[in-house]
Design a protein around this ligand. Structure first.
Ligand code: G6P
Length: 607
């Protein structure tokens, strides 16, 4: 949600800011803007909607200047309009902001009482007005920033441009991510290394409560009034890595990257010589773990739900899996010796972070499965199991999910081995199944045309779609429904197949397609009964199964996708790829914005 970029350089900065904002589009936004200094004065161009509108504004009224800030905004306080688009400015200060200033009303009342007039409905404006008031009281920019940091409550990242000060650009973070980029004769500040990738790979990740002053030749970072140093690292990202390649959408590219990134992820967790699972050293002993609490949001939560089946069955560990936004407020008692596993692609989802902090307060050891190793969730964890999915740009998570599943299965196996509930032979069998996964996923990708046809002929024509699954296929059904609704806007629901009789069956008629996720596993026959119940009521069945399942039920389905026969334990990874393609092609048929669906954000940094 919201993206920040700031540049101090020697070349005209407006086109560069726009380029960086394009890199931040993936986070989700509904308006955008940039501000630069022109002859020392703050000049802004802002537009509601997509960046193309801002581009048009800039074409009508170009903006000069070699220092500036830019923003993509996902509305929180105040509707998405040009007036509320960032940068928010007074005549002295322009600010772009990610997050929420929780005490904005208190600050606003104080500032209004001072006689200041507010021009927007945003919480952000208090930052611009507060800094202006401090500067007017003759504080230096540094003093003003340090003092403002003491007054602002909430989670935020900021970039600040000052009129008359072509020589400095400022930034600050608490909670929301912010990185500094070191260029050649230019300095950058941005939400993440992806935004900075076209300009530089040399980055420092700011920590909570850091604030920074950038100059042409470097920067100084502070905590309070004390200067601090932050390591400069190679982000490993290049501008090209974040492109779409030959694919029409990022989502399709990322679906197709899955064999490679699952392979990369496995390489770091399975010893190729012994085929044994190899986790990094963990600060706890699986034998002493009393309970595992898993928490996450969105698709990452469904990875937790699949993993619950794995940890329970393989490691015989009690597991609770809970959406972070509920878990954090319910204040559940957590037992001594418990481990909390947080799962997140971005590593910055604010509810997941808060849930982890709650678990920490209950003395749980924090383990996280994250795709962004420098993220807040990774940093606050006692141990991290990285997914090696690479940058995921499409808002709908695909390769991050399947690599989360891969890591979580490996972790469940490691736990099972340590606890003596998985034998060496079982471990070998399952690691073999995992090692074969990239090839099997490739095989599923080979069914792309079938998926497209079913999506176009059946799903895209429906108003409602039901997804059913049993056992570890239930979360895959949930994920299939989520994927479809988020990118095609077709109403879809995932249901435990056994629960269908308790409600959804009332919906079934010839207009409601029912996608049944049913590998041949120990519960296949039970799912088959539910399949027949749908059939008997005229439901249009789309069956995802293997050769044996197709032989048993295929003739009753309106369409069947036959997937490779695999160990049922790894089936959720494989079947997910098929539901991703169904959703993608249904969305394509509906003509929606696949990579940036309306109202959605990639990184949800507000509650
Ligand atoms: C948003 C994204 C989802 C993602 C969820 C959790 O809703 O659109 O794709 O699953 O946030 O994000 P995280 O970065 O914590 O995995």
């Amino acid at each position: 949600m919201c993206g920040i970029i700031g540049i101090i350089g020697k070349a005209p900065v407006a086109p560069l800011l726009l380029e960086a904002l394009k890199r931040l589009e993936y986070r989700g936004y509904d308006s955008a803007g940039i501000a630069t200094l022109v002859n020392g004065r703050i000049e802004r161009r802002r537009a509601e909607g997509k960046l193309v509108n801002l581009d048009h504004r800039l074409a009508e009224e170009p903006l000069g200047g070699t220092i500036g800030i830019g923003h993509t905004r996902w509305a929180t306080h105040g509707k998405p309009s040009e007036r509320n688009a960032h940068p928010i400015a007074t005549s002295r200060v322009a600010v772009v902001h990610n997050g929420i200033i929780e005490n904005f009303q208190v600050l606003k009342d104080e500032l209004v009482a001072e006689g200041r007039r507010f021009d927007s409905d945003t919480d952000t404006e208090v930052v611009a007005q507060l800094l202006t008031s401090y500067l007017e009281a003759k504080m230096s920019p540094e003093e003003a920033m340090a003092k403002a940091m003491g007054r602002l409550r909430g989670a935020f990242a900021l970039a600040v441009l000052l009129s008359g000060r072509e020589d400095i650009l400022m930034g600050a973070r608490r909670g929301s991510s912010l990185a500094v980029g070191y260029g050649d004769g230019a300095m950058y500040i941005g939400t993440d290394a992806l935004a900075l990738a076209p300009f530089t790979k040399r980055v420092s990740y700011l920590r909570d409560n850091d604030w920074v002053v950038l100059r042409l030749d470097g920067c100084k970072i502070y905590q309070g009034h004390t200067e601090v140093t932050r390591e400069i690292r190679d982000s490993g990202l290049s501008g090209e890595m974040t492109g779409k390649g030959n694919h029409q959408h990022y989502m399709l590219k990322e679906i197709h990257e899955q064999p490679a990134v699952i392979g990369d992820t496995l390489q770091s967790y399975i010893d190729p010589a012994t085929r044994a699972v190899r986790l990094p050293e963990l600060p706890f002993d699986w034998n002493a773990v009393s309970r595992v609490t898993m928490t996450a949001c969105g698709t990452a939560f469904y990875a937790c739900l699949v993993a619950k089946y794995w940890f329970e069955a393989l490691a015989r560990l009690p597991v609770e899996a809970e959406v972070a936004s509920e878990f954090r407020y319910r204040e559940p008692p957590l037992p001594a010796g418990g481990v909390c596993i947080a799962v997140s692609q971005s590593g910055e989802t604010v509810d997941t972070l808060a849930a982890m902090r709650y678990a920490k307060s209950q003395n749980q050891t924090l383990l996280s499965v994250v795709n962004v190793p420098e993220s807040a969730i990774a940093r606050e964890s006692d141990a991290v199991l990285p997914t090696l999915a690479g940058p995921e740009i499409g808002v709908a998570s695909t390769k991050a999910f399947t690599t989360q599943l891969t890591v979580l299965l490996v972790a469940a196996l490691a736990a099972g081995r340590a606890r003596g509930t998985v034998t060496a032979a079982q471990e070998e069998g399952l690691t073999r199944a995992l090692i074969e996964m990239p090839e099997q996923v490739n095989d599923v990708l080979g069914r792309e045309e079938e998926c497209r046809r079913i999506a176009v002929d059946i799903l895209a024509k429906a108003r409602d779609v039901l997804y059913l699954g049993r056992g570890s296929s239930f979360p895959v059904a949930l994920e299939g429904a989520l994927k479809l609704k988020e990118i095609s806007y077709i109403h879809a629901e995932g249901y435990a197949a056994g629960e269908m009789k308790h409600g959804p069956i009332a919906l079934i008629d010839e207009h409601v397609p029912v996608v049944v996720v049913a590998p041949s596993d120990s519960v296949f026959e039970k799912t088959a009964s539910n399949f027949e119940q749908v059939k008997a009521r005229g439901g249009k069945l789309v069956l995802l199964t293997d050769a044996a399942g197709a032989a048993r039920l295929g003739s009753h389905a309106a369409a069947t996708i036959v997937l490779p026969t695999v160990d049922p334990v790894v089936a959720p990874i494989l079947y997910t790829v098929a539901v991703q393609m169904l959703a993608y092609y249904a969305a394509l048929a509906k003509g929606t914005d696949v990579d940036q669906p309306r109202n959605l954000a990639k990184s949800v940094t507000v509650e």
